[in-house]
Write a protein that binds this ligand. Structure first.
Ligand code: ADP
Length: 520
């Protein structure tokens, strides 16, 4: 450790998300000294399109750093480094001067669903997944580039480079085209074992590797800001920028879930389960993703579509009167509905809900799956339906945890986050279904804290991530209720069996829906 760096007490973490860029100023004890978030819109002119303006996001990064530094009241010489976290899977075509030729096409954009299905079916998709760790899905830049080649060949051929949003920001600030191994590993075109662009994926696209940025470790540093940019952000021209990693893998680090058997579970609108392993592992059954964090740390996991949004559906469609009642009493409708659900025993007296209203990603990757109430009888009331929906969402998480355990080893503990974690009842249900204790970290800024830890590591200030535990305070802890766990174990079997027996019928009802929706 040099004297120069010890006099620099603050790390900046910039987290470029889909709805906002959040910049944190963090001291060496992990305290957030200041933060600033700048929101920007997601443009969805058609249902399959989800784009953003890359220049707007670039400006949010610069303004976010400037404002956070000003709010913290610190001087440029006190900043050790700026470290980055970013959403995955984005794609921007740029010209030789780095000007955008397209919008930033985000992970939520589904324009390439036909290409995705074709890669899976006819173009060796499973082998590409096994080498790259990114499930073949319209979210991935691989399928987006095939879409562009077939639908906008002039841009595909004419572009100088194809970048993600974080690479775009670095190109503007430093004139360098680099991509960290973590974001690269979520493009569907990066070979996990060789840490280079995958020849097979590029051959499928007919894309030369020099049209993509240069892959570098997540600890790679960029230096040499223009004087005007440095002054605008309140930094020195040689303040190091640590390229950082994806928000998903950094959230695990920032929640302290980076040891074997500690899985992180997030349920917001959608949901995800993630665990850390020491080498790249892909799933022979193709259910899970594998993304890089740093050398020797890889994050495997799966995302589900039908997370907290199922509870929103209940609030807005099924229990509208109850929600209204809650509002008239000045209560949050979610709290009121969970109180009703609590009146029903575990297992909802034999009512099961398969929450596939949005089709499903992991572990089934079945876009045609649909929702099912199973086991309804005259004795079931609205409160049973509410409870069974909450249980159904946790069963979804359970099926991803099971897939993860098959390839990554048994679960010892779950760190929970996202909107669902506001409910102690729902958190306890997770412990009881999974049969694993559930803890909730106090901070919601996991990705930013993870980026700051990575920054310290990249600067050589820490040798490993063990101090993350000092940074992450545990808010609450739920032990497993053994009686409830037994009930859920029994019900989980029926749940799986119902799903499996309905697969053919899901295809039929989804085809029926498409046909009759278009005829309307
Ligand atoms: P986002 O994915 O947009 O970040 P959040 O993390 O805020 O969303 O999660 C929103 C979801 O959290 C809601 O759809 C709901 O399922 C759940 N939720 C929010 N508040 C509560 C509450 N008080 N009790 C139970 N669940 C809640």
């Amino acid at each position: 450790m040099t004297n120069e760096t010890t006099t620099k007490p603050y790390i900046l973490a910039a987290d470029i998300g889909t709805t906002s860029t959040k910049t944190l100023v963090i001291d060496r004890a992990g305290r957030v000294v200041a933060s600033h978030a700048i929101e920007y819109p997601l443009h969805t002119p058609r249902p399959e399109i989800a784009e953003q303006d890359p220049l707007e996001i670039y400006q949010a990064v610069v303004l976010g750093i400037q404002t956070a530094v000003r709010k913290a009241g610190i001087s440029a010489s006190e900043v050790l480094c700026v470290s980055f976290s970013s959403a995955m899977h984005s794609l921007i075509a740029v010209d030789k001067e780095g000007h955008p030729l397209t919008a930033c096409i985000t992970w939520a954009d589904n324009r390439s669903s036909e290409q995705s299905a074709r890669i899976k079916r006819e173009l060796g998709g499973h082998e590409i997944y096994l080498r790259t760790g990114t499930p073949i899905h319209p979210m991935s830049p691989l399928t987006k580039l095939l879409w562009m080649k077939e639908n906008d060949p002039a841009t595909f051929e004419g572009a100088y480079k194809f970048l993600g949003i974080k690479e775009f920001v670095f190109a503007r600030l430093f004139g360098r085209y680099v991509i960290d191994h973590s974001i690269a590993s979520a493009t569907g075109m990066f070979n996990l074992r060789h840490l280079t662009w995958d020849e097979g994926a590029l051959a499928l696209l007919g894309l030369p590797a020099d049209k993509l940025p240069e892959p570098v470790p997540t600890t790679y540093k960029l230096q040499g800001l223009r004087a005007a940019d440095a002054a605008e952000m309140g930094l020195e021209t040689d303040t190091p920028f640590v390229v950082g990693a994806s928000d998903g893998v950094l959230a695990n680090l920032g929640a302290g879930a980076y040891e074997p058997g500690i899985y992180s579970v997030t349920i917001g609108t959608s949901g995800a389960v993630r665990g850390v392993v020491d080498r790249p592992i892909t799933d022979p059954k193709g259910r899970l993703f594998c993304y890089a964090l740093v050398e020797g740390f890889w994050v495997i996991g799966g995302a589900i579509n039908n997370g907290g949004i199922m509870f929103r559906w209940v609030r807005d469609q099924l229990a509208t009167l109850e929600a209204q009642e809650a509002r008239s009493r000045g209560m949050d409708p979610y709290d009121y509905l969970t109180e009703l659900a609590e009146k029903v025993p575990a297992g909802s007296e034999g009512l099961l809900f398969l929450p596939f209203l949005l089709g499903e990603r992991a572990p089934y990757w079945n876009a045609n799956a649909r929702g099912v109430f199973f086991g309804l009888s005259m004795s079931h009331e609205k409160k049973h339906m509410i409870r069974s929906v909450l249980e159904g969402v946790i069963f979804r998480i359970h099926s991803v945890v099971q897939a993860l355990e098959e390839v990554g080893g048994p679960t010892a503990e779950v760190r929970a986050s996202g909107g669902f974690a506001r409910s102690a009842f729902w958190r306890q249900m997770m412990a009881d279904v999974l049969g694993t204790p559930v803890t909730v970290p106090e901070s919601y800024e996991s990705s930013g804290l993870g980026a700051a830890q990575l920054g310290l590591y990249a600067m050589g200030e820490i040798k490993d991530f063990s101090r993350v535990h000092e940074w992450v305070q545990t808010g609450s802890r739920h032990a497993v209720d053994p009686a409830n766990h037994l009930v859920y174990k029994e019900l989980a079997q029926i749940y799986m069996s119902v799903y499996e027996q309905l697969v053919g019928n899901f295809d039929a009802i989804s085809a029926f829906q498409h046909k009759h929706a278009s005829a309307r």
